[in-house]
Design a protein around this ligand. Structure first.
Ligand SMILES: Cc1cc2nc3c(=O)[nH]c(=O)nc-3n(C[C@H](O)[C@H](O)[C@H](O)COP(=O)(O)OP(=O)(O)OC[C@H]3O[C@@H](n4cnc5c(N)ncnc54)[C@H](O)[C@@H]3O)c2cc1C
Length: 438
């Protein structure tokens, strides 16, 4: 050893005494001493981070305080009131009625003193709520989307004063539930041209005949908006059909692999009599329905946004806790690649949705813009679901961790409110000026 170093040490301590102490030490004590005196800091135990879905602070920057409050209110309710119970309902294919009072209270807090009016007139706030619900559970999102977004909104948009007086209050409080029936067993994408359910006027009464398919909530709905073609002028008209009306038969669709808590149905209408006062007077043709569908489509893009965020959060949480080969799987390069692709999708979807939010005051172009958002956001959400499901390994197909439920639900979102192809064709027509539907 360098003698100058020994000399320096001798100035600090009695070298003889140090050597004697060292000789007396066991190997373990020696290792301890060296570890303790090492300059390298001891490694802290790994603390999984809280997932941050607002990676670019897009929502932080864009939202007002009441909008932030609305988001947080719904999020809190969904995490506390829905997350703990939803898997069982989903597996049994049942509607979780027990969460409805809590949902009503959360919506009242989020939307303020007149929730129904705000829901129908503030599409951005409605979009944020439609994002936060499916972030935890898409079936509850569809329950609300059908009773408020489709049924209540139809009455708000097209209803008479008497119809509004009768239905808006009960629908807002969930004392009455709504359903909405456009799709038929033989007409889905081509409902505009093909709608086969008929309405025949006989004095002050209309007689409806035909069949409907899918209509969410219809097994228990108090009122269902039925879209039917007037035999006289060939135009599509809307009718409010109440539960228990003779000739109105509803049966639950079984065997679904997505949105299992949503009660979808087959409906048969056989000489169903509806008073003229129950026809929606604001509807003149299918164009009016299409206008409503554009808003609903934007709602589905918000849903995809929430689902992508939820999928990312649940997957990241899992990957930071699941240990393989002695460390959390989040520490492996290939897993990080998957997580980063998921996050990239989330941020891209968020950016597009905040872009769409700025377009609501130009209703003429909402149709094509909502269609593009539905195509893009659902594609990216579906990819996010697929990556997340893979990163959970076998647990990715178990309901326990939440990802499997959203992964399955993504398949319903892919097809409804206009399939991917229909929305591509709507956007394609807008940008080329050429219709490629048929
Ligand atoms: C969970 C769920 C809930 C729903 N809730 C409701 C509801 O509450 N109320 C309601 O009225 N409806 C509801 N629907 C129905 C939904 O809107 C339809 O499923 C959707 O419009 C597609 O119609 P379809 O399933 O009959 O498919 P189809 O129209 O039979 O289409 C089948 C395939 O053919 C493609 N295709 C069709 N035409 C063309 C074309 N010209 N060019 C290229 N491709 C084409 C489609 O894109 C699709 O991939 C719901 C559906 C689901 C899955």
């Amino acid at each position: 050893m360098d003698t100058s170093r020994l000399a320096k040490l001798a100035q600090k301590a009695d070298l003889e005494a140090v050597l004697t102490r060292l000789e007396a030490m066991t190997a373990e004590e020696m290792a301890d001493l060296l570890g303790a005196s090492s300059a390298a800091p001891k490694k802290k135990p790994y603390q999984p981070p809280t997932p941050d879905t607002d990676f670019y602070n897009l929502f932080d920057r864009a939202l007002t305080e009441p909008q932030q409050h609305a988001r947080q209110t719904i999020r809190r309710f969904m995490l506390d009131g829905v997350a703990p119970v939803i898997n069982d309902y989903w597996e049994r294919g049942e509607m979780p009625f027990e969460v409805v009072p809590g949902l009503r209270d959360a919506l009242r807090e989020a939307f303020g003193p007149d929730p129904a009016k705000t829901y129908c007139t503030d599409p951005f706030l409605t979009g944020l709520v439609s994002m936060e619900i499916p972030r935890v559970d898409p079936s509850v999102g569809t329950f609300l989307g059908v009773t408020w977004g489709l049924a209540m909104y139809s009455i708000w948009m097209f209803g008479s004063d008497e119809q509004k007086e009768k239905w808006m209050g009960p629908l807002e409080s969930f004392d009455a539930i709504g359903s909405w029936a456009l799709t038929e067993p033989e007409h889905g994408s081509d409902a505009a041209l093909g709608l086969a359910t008929t309405a025949e006027r006989r004095g002050d009464t209309w007689v409806l005949n035909g069949a409907k398919k899918w209509s969410g909530n219809a097994t228990f709905a108090d009122v269902t908006v039925i879209w039917a073609r007037d035999l006289e002028d060939g135009q599509v008209k809307g009718f409010l059909v109440e539960k228990g009306t003779p000739g109105f038969e509803v049966s639950k669709l079984e065997g679904k692999i997505a949105k299992r808590s949503v009660q979808n149905v087959d409906i048969v209408l056989e000489d169903v009599e509806v008073a003229e006062s129950d026809r929606l007077p604001g509807v003149r043709s299918f164009r009016d329905v299409a206008g409503q569908l554009a808003i609903a489509r934007a709602g589905v893009a918000w849903e995809a946004c929430g689902m992508a965020m939820g999928l990312y959060e649940m997957t990241l949480d899992y990957c930071t806790r699941r240990v393989q080969f002695g460390k959390p799987i989040a520490g492996f390069q290939l897993v990080q690649e998957g997580l980063v692709r998921m996050l990239g999708n989330v941020v891209a979807i968020q950016g597009m949705m905040l872009g769409l939010a700025g377009c609501y005051d130009e209703p003429k172009r909402l149709h094509e813009r909502a269609s593009l958002a539905k195509v893009f956001c659902v594609d990216k959400m579906r990819e996010t679901a697929s990556i997340g499901r893979g990163l959970l390994g076998g647990n990715g197909i178990l309901l326990e961790h939440g990802v499997a439920r959203l992964f399955a639900d993504a398949e319903a979102v892919y097809s409804y409110e206009g399939s991917r192809e229909m929305n591509v064709l709507i956007t394609g027509r807008a940008v080329t000026g050429l219709s490629a539907f048929v």
